[in-house]
Design a protein around this ligand. Sequence first.
Ligand SMILES: Nc1nc2c(ncn2[C@@H]2O[C@H](COP(=O)(O)OP(=O)(O)O)[C@@H](O)[C@H]2O)c(=O)[nH]1
Ligand SMILES: [Mg+2]
Length: 172
Amino acid sequence: MKKVFLMGRSEVGKTTLTQALKGESLHYSKTQYTDVSGSMIDSPGEYAEAKHFSVGLACFSFEADVVAIVQSADEPYNLFGASLHTFISRPLIGIITKKDSPNANVPMVRLWMENAGCDRIFEVDNISGEGLDELSDYLKEDIEPISMDEAKRRQRLGLNEWEKPSSSPVQL
Ligand SMILES: Nc1nc2c(ncn2[C@@H]2O[C@H](COP(=O)(O)OP(=O)(O)O)[C@@H](O)[C@H]2O)c(=O)[nH]1
Ligand SMILES: [Mg+2]
């Protein structure tokens, strides 16, 4: 099971997503703080919205196996810069919520997430549950543990520790 850290602006549906993935009944609950104890780390949207708080998000990422940027399909603007993955030392995925919204523009949000460097992009509707199985299956897969020597070898190849050496253009 991968521990996932969710970051994104307020109201995109991060907390509802955690409830839907756990099979809980959906109820509104303002996220007041970041709790790192469970299998999903939910964060208050205010962290992602303010430049001086957003640095704190990088710290929470160290508690997780994978970092997810969460954006709704009807998002009016993009909070995340291009190549965001380069300063997060975890795999980065994108989760698009509210794909059911009448104002949804999924291709645009996908493009933002691709520019941010997301490895995988999932589309979900937290209310009907559509798309949650695919995300849940991905989160259930464990990350393969590797030795310190192997981590150093991948680092020498210019790879992240979760990337297979076969994906390196450099051969040592
Ligand atoms: N239509 C629709 N509404 C959603 C979805 N996910 C969340 N919401 C609604 O969006 C609002 C904000 O959700 P919340 O989970 O509190 O957002 P957070 O601030 O990112 O944690 C709530 O009224 C949810 O019911 C979704 O996939 N589709
Ligand atoms: Mg919340």
